[in-house]
Design a protein around this ligand. Structure first.
Ligand SMILES: Cc1ncc(COP(=O)(O)O)c(C=O)c1O
Length: 430
């Protein structure tokens, strides 16, 4: 095995980071006797300040301009691999024109909730189009995908019901389960034996709902939907699938992992978002008419919040039409994904070989990961970063994601920077 070594300048910096950044809690200062009140946790929360002082703070970067695969930050043109704009629709000229027309016709907001005064004909058109695209009876457009999960799960999961939820599911699923009246049991990530075991132990429960992301947002793993469907049938459980990262990306027609595995008719509730492949904001739930009617009248996260603004709805309507009819973008996305995964693999980095354009680069150590993220940024590469508690301790990663809009030059630049800096910090051999 070739030996790895860390370059002296990086080694010095990493020692400094480890000494000065408290990865465990971010609470370096012991709480003072005079400050025990509600805000003492804020006073003692030092992690962001420590990271900023060390130059490794990766969050809330101010973007001055956006392109499809580039952004401008601090006046520098930077290639981004932290966006979920998988099909490049966020800046598509037809999408922008549709949004502009809607702003002129309806203004910038709906000034109320869908329930009372905020439902435009545009919302209903989008709901009909989503239902027809997915082959479902009814759909409800909500203000975010987060709210679609939270609202749907919390109103469906009654006192006597039990949810069976993958441990890597999105935070919005956790939140929905947390505020629901029913109980939630978490099965180990994509572990079908564990799911089956939990269902067996709860065979007396009448209302059982299995909940899974179709594509997991950090690992890029695809849920084992064929097996989950089988297990659900065997145990009389219903199934909710969050296709946030599947829609537009997987399936011959872009309907997601459910289409890819040919299990669409076995999914009871399909949740989606407009903030990934559709490049906008908003979310939805698609299901049978009677279930949708119930959610429409019971989900607090839908009823007690302002409706999705006209420009977003119109932009998504146009984007959905492109997503459904223009398979070239998806093909290009898959080509870019295959190219980058092969290149990382050839560099000696462990990646899976599925079609998902989320490619986590596992580094493990938090200090190394944050420093690596900074080195990439200095090279003009804007990547995401996931450290504990988003991922378990010592499982820190650079989260990279790709779009149909990335060019060969973009991908080459990204690879050069990764290779150079992974060698620098001793993750790859010199
Ligand atoms: C798997 C998953 N579900 C739901 C959401 C929430 O989507 P939105 O951005 O529309 O709130 C996200 C977004 O991060 C996600 O990754």
């Amino acid at each position: 095995m070739p030996k790895t070594s860390i370059d002296p300048e990086s080694a010095k910096k990493i020692v400094q980071i480890k000494e000065q950044f408290d990865f465990e809690s971010g609470h370096l200062r012991p709480p003072s006797k005079n400050d025990q009140g509600i805000f003492s946790k804020c006073t003692n929360y030092q992690a962001p300040a420590q990271a900023k002082n060390l130059g490794i703070y990766p969050y809330f970067r101010e973007i001055e301009e956006t392109g499809s695969s580039h952004v401008v930050i601090d006046g520098r043109d930077i290639v981004t691999i932290s966006s979920n704009n998988y099909l490049g629709l966020a800046k598509d000229s037809r999408v922008i024109a549709a949004g502009r027309d809607a702003i002129e016709k309806f203004g910038i907001g709906c000034t109320g909730s869908r329930f009372l005064n905020g439902t435009l004909s545009l919302h209903r058109t989008l709901e009909r189009n989503i239902s027809s695209f997915l082959g479902r009876e009814d759909s409800i457009v909500m203000s975010t995908g987060f709210q679609a999960n939270q609202g749907t799960i919390s109103c469906l999961l009654g006192r006597q019901d039990v949810a069976f939820s993958d441990r890597e599911n999105h935070a919005s699923i956790y939140e929905g389960c947390a505020i629901a009246q029913g109980k939630t049991l978490r099965y180990r990530h994509n572990d079908m034996d564990h799911l089956e075991h939990l269902l067996q132990k709860n065979s007396q429960v009448k209302g059982k709902l299995i909940i899974t992301d179709s594509v997991f947002s950090m690992s890029g793993d695809i849920a084992n939907l064929p097996e989950i469907v089988k297990i659900a049938k065997n145990h009389g459980a219903s199934l909710l699938v969050d296709e946030a990262h599947g829609m537009g990306v997987l399936g011959d027609n872009g309907r997601g992992a459910c289409e890819y595995f040919d299990v669409e008719k076995d999914i009871d509730i399909y949740v989606g978002t407009f903030s990934k492949s559709l490049g906008s904001i908003g979310g939805f739930v698609s299901t049978k008419k009677n279930i949708a009617e119930y959610i429409r009248h019971k989900a607090s996260a839908f009823i007690f919040t302002a409706a999705l603004p006209p420009a977003s709805v119109a932009g998504v309507l146009e984007g959905l039409d492109i997503l459904a009819t223009d398979s070239k973008r998806r093909k290009r996305l898959h080509e870019n994904t295959a190219f980058i995964k092969r290149a990382f693999f050839e560099l000696g980095i462990q990646v899976n070989n599925n079609l998902v354009p989320i490619v986590p680069i596992q580094i493990g150590d938090e200090a190394l990961t944050l420093y690596m993220n900074r080195l990439l940024f200095d090279d003009g590469v804007f990547a995401g970063v996931a450290v504990s508690p988003v991922v378990p301790p010592l499982k820190a990663m650079i989260r990279t994601s790709y779009t149909s809009a990335h060019t060969k030059e973009d991908l080459d630049k990204i690879l050069i920077s990764f290779e150079k800096n992974l060698k620098k910090i001793g993750v790859l051999p010199q």
